[in-house]
Design a protein around this ligand. Structure first.
Ligand code: DAK
Length: 259
């Protein structure tokens, strides 16, 4: 598929996905959602990279779903739109490689939901977050009521969703919506440095840990710990585990193969 609204740059085993619809502050129209879906669906077995960073071109990360497109829907089309957006967020959440959101500016509505579907959220000091759907007479449609409450707790989630107010990056950090905040000019370097650290670890261990955390949070502690136990057994049998432990004992850097 040829991409018109996203740019994919691959370097040093890292894929940087830039949402590039600056004229609409990178708002998610159907075409952009389809392109992102295509990238994530077709790249999970691509061995040329092991980590993804998503960011936005210009002053926005993503300023939400495209309101012009949304306004032209009937109920059936709106539901289809919601399903496609939800499916994209699930695809990213379940993507076997780690996905880092480098939130450079506005992350509103669908943009905040996209960031929440990523594994780690890094923000520039200029980033702004919000779920302003109530201003449009809507509610979040890409998982915001669920992921925001799980990330920041039900009270803060309700405050953000009921008021529709934006919060800045520091407040987002304080409430646990973002994991780190950096000066604007440092954001991408920091995101790439974190990605490179992750890439130096065993990819099979990182993927398995991602699965355990994601699945475990949606169940009770006992079931989550059982899942961890089973996964631990499986990961113990990998070449990477043998290599990692052997390298430690031999006081050298481990060379992981993802096997
Ligand atoms: N959609 C389409 N165009 C947008 C946009 C958006 N979300 N956000 C900005 N733009 C466009 C503006 O219309 C403007 O276009 P021109 O007038 O230049 O043609 C251009 O981007 C620059 O925007 P501004 O001139 O407004 O820039 P400012 O710096 O003054 O303001 C802003 C930045 C982010 C504060 C402002 O643009 C703004 O408030 N944007 C809208 C934010 C927002 O409300 N986003 C939508 C959240 S709601 C569902 C499915 C999905 C959803 C819900 C339900 N179902 C199917 C049920 C999701 C909904 C949302 O995401």
């Amino acid at each position: 598929m040829e991409y018109k609204n996203i740019i994919i740059k691959k370097e040093d085993r890292l894929a940087i996905v830039t949402i590039n619809r600056e004229k609409a502050l990178n708002a998610l129209n159907d075409e952009t959602v389809a392109e992102l879906q295509d990238f994530f669906r077709h790249s999970w077995m691509d061995n040329s990279f092991g980590c993804v960073i998503i960011t936005g071109a210009g002053k926005a990360f993503v300023a939400g779903a495209d309101i012009a497109e949304l306004a032209a829907c009937d109920v059936k089309k709106a539901l289809a739109k919601s399903m496609l957006g939800l499916y994209l967020m699930q695809t990213i959440e379940n993507y076997p490689k780690p996905v880092i959101a480098a939130v450079n500016g506005f992350a509103l509505g669908g943009g905040c939901e996209l960031a929440m579907a990523c594994d780690i959220r890094l923000a520039s000091e200029k980033a702004k977050f919000g779920q302003p759907e109530v201003n449009l007479g809507l509610i979040p449609g890409y998982g915001g009521t669920q992921r925001l409450a799980r990330l920041v707790g039900r009270g803060k989630a309700k405050q953000m969703i009921f008021t529709g107010d934006m919060i800045d990056a520091n407040e987002a950090h304080r409430i646990g919506l973002v994991d780190e905040v950096y000066p604007v000019e440092e954001l991408m370097d920091k995101a790439m440095a974190m990605a490179k650290t992750i890439l130096s670890r065993s990819p099979i261990a990182v993927t398995t840990a991602k699965e355990c955390i994601n699945s475990g949070l949606d169940t009770n502690l006992q079931v989550g710990c059982d899942l961890e136990k089973t996964s631990f057994g499986a990961i113990y049998g990998t070449e990477d585990a043998m290599e990692g432990m052997k390298a430690f004992l031999e006081k050298r850097k481990a060379e992981f193969k993802g096997k």
